[in-house]
Design a protein around this ligand. Structure first.
Ligand code: CDP
Ligand code: CDP
Length: 226
């Protein structure tokens, strides 16, 4: 088993999960989608009618929730307390509330512990916002994946249209910008580039080009490690 530990951070729509799945498979390490974990808690909190400013209730939820990932032929399925939520955690409702839930300190402490426990057992490629700074500060590779807000909004817009979901480009751009601002300005583990992360700006790059660049970075880190 490859023991490489890769931290992939960056703003919404930069291409993290698309790239992470394929690079993790090519490297032979586990892929951990940490955004899906924060989305899972948000989904459960909305289901239970928990007030999203109730930090005590959200922390209790984060301490008791069971989140499982199961590999699928394409990507992975997500389960919360035994119930499949793969599609449900991508809803507008969850997307528009996840930043508030993930800003709660107790929620972050619980999730970071789960993430570090996984990385202690196996090589990983983890994507998120605080992987290189908080979760895996000693990762073998740290990448900050980004793109202009225009390009990121355009990708999301195309993605939704492809699924037959009607949407407004300006609204998507505004939502992405608002979520980035919220994630970057929260008190606990804000979204920020680690000082030692390599910046990959994917504006105008195809998915295959991004994957090739990241694989090159990872292979050279692997060669240095062994
Ligand atoms: O895929 P997308 O970029 O839309 O978001 P995501 O990676 O699924 O993350 C959803 C939200 O979870 C982010 O906007 C952050 O508020 C939060 N998150 C976080 O706080 N820390 C992480 N390591 C990952 C996600
Ligand atoms: O995980 P994150 O929010 O960073 O982004 P994503 O969900 O992986 O990518 C958002 C959308 O952009 C997906 O539909 C990707 O197929 C697309 N994408 C792209 O068109 N070109 C890239 N270089 C990267 C992603």
């Amino acid at each position: 088993m490859n023991t490489l530990r890769v931290a992939l951070d960056g703003p919404a729509g930069a291409g993290k999960s698309t790239v992470a799945k394929r690079v993790a498979a090519a490297l032979g390490v586990a892929y951990v989608d940490t955004g899906a974990m924060y989305r899972a808690i948000t989904w459960k909190a909305l289901q239970k009618g928990i007030e999203l400013h109730d930090e005590v209730a959200l922390t209790e939820l984060a301490d008791s929730i069971h989140i499982d990932f199961k590999p699928r032929s394409v990507g992975q399925a997500v389960f919360v307390d035994g119930e499949e939520v793969t599609d449900a955690i991508r809803s507008f409702d969850v997307t528009n509330n996840v930043s508030a839930v993930s800003a709660v300190s107790g929620v972050r402490v619980a999730m970071v512990k789960l993430q570090q426990d996984i990385a202690a057992r196996t090589g990983v490629l983890m994507d998120g916002r605080d992987i290189g700074t908080v979760v895996l500060p000693n990762a073998d590779v740290k990448i900050w994946l980004t793109a202009s807000v225009e390009a990121r909004a355009q990708r999301r817009y195309q993605e939704l249209l492809g699924k037959g979901i009607a949407c407004d480009f300006e609204q998507i751009k505004e939502d992405i910008q608002r979520r980035d601002d919220y994630d970057a300005s929260r008190e606990h583990s804000p979204m920020v580039k680690a000082d030692d992360a390599v910046v990959v700006d994917t504006t105008g790059m195809s998915i295959d080009e991004v994957i090739a660049q990241i694989e090159t970075i990872c292979h050279s880190a692997q060669a240095q490690k062994s």
